[in-house]
Design a protein around this ligand. Structure first.
Ligand code: IP8
Length: 260
């Protein structure tokens, strides 16, 4: 089984609220179907979740009751994005079953507290492709907080021990520095997770309440420590995801897992 995280920046335009890239999602769904493996799919919130989440300071926890409407609104926006995505996946022949994190998990001060794996297991056993997404969730210590798609990848990878975890992003992979800012940034084809330092991780200007690239790299390190390989691939180029799923050569960054 393979876990695929479709990054919010690859499937939406983070610079424009509620912009959703139908063509890219349809092509990625087609590549996922064509590669014909067993998957769990996760997607980020992109321009659908982060703006409202930041406005209501949801990741800081429940501090005042005006935030409650913000929690509901943010949930609605990520659900709307999820509905668009599952519709496209179904049209491309992927038999998805949508599982909203807010209904199946709790955090404790941003860290995983409880998670209903059984619903994912049952969906996989019955031949569905479970699909879940970055969402607002209840939090034991701070009332509520946000579970990013990257944290979901970490939680699900630890439990299901997939063949690999693929992060579909809007860059070719990891660089020696941030290629959006630094013209001298060099592409990294493969590395061990222990070689990842503070590389290429400056935040860009768009709101990202869950840590952007730095958050993703922290999660990748944790997954790799469990002996699971992670791959970062650009979703905006045709067939790269397909090749990564099948382990064929293509432009992407491979981060090798190694048990600690
Ligand atoms: O885009 C964030 O998920 P991500 C979810 O995977 C919300 O970091 C609600 C902003």
């Amino acid at each position: 089984m393979i876990i695929i995280k479709l990054g919010g920046s690859a499937i939406t335009d983070k610079g424009e609220s509620y912009s959703f890239n139908k063509e890219i999602v349809a092509r990625l769904a087609g590549e996922i179907k064509r590669a014909n493996k067993k998957y769990i799919i996760i997607h980020g919130a992109g321009s659908f979740g982060h703006v409202t989440a930041e406005q209501f300071m949801l990741n800081e926890g429940l501090k005042d009751e005006n935030q409650i409407i913000g929690f509901s609104l943010t949930h609605v926006t990520v659900r709307l994005l999820n509905l668009e995505i599952i519709d496209i996946f179904l049209k491309n022949g992927v038999r998805v079953f949508s599982i909203p994190p807010s209904s199946v998990m709790r955090l404790n001060d941003h860290q995983p507290l409880s998670f209903n794996y059984e619903i994912f297991e049952e969906a996989l056993d019955k031949g569905f492709t479970p699909i879940t997404f970055g969402d607002v969730v209840f939090d034991e210590k701070i009332g509520f907080s946000i579970c990013s798609g990257d944290l979901l990848a970490e939680i699900l990878a630890a439990h299901f021990k997939p063949e690999k975890v693929i992060f579909v992003i809007d860059e070719d992979g990891l660089y020696t520095s941030n290629p959006k800012i630094d013209k001298n940034a060099r592409f990294i084809k493969s590395l061990k997770y222990s070689e990842i330092g503070e590389i290429g991780l400056e935040r860009d200007e768009h709101p990202d309440v869950t840590g952007g690239m730095q958050g993703k790299v922290n999660v990748i390190k944790k997954i790799c420590q469990k002996g699971i390989d992670c791959v970062l691939v650009n979703g905006r180029h045709e067939n790269r995801l397909y090749n990564v799923i099948l382990g064929e050569p293509t432009k992407a960054t491979m981060v090798y897992g190694e048990k600690k």
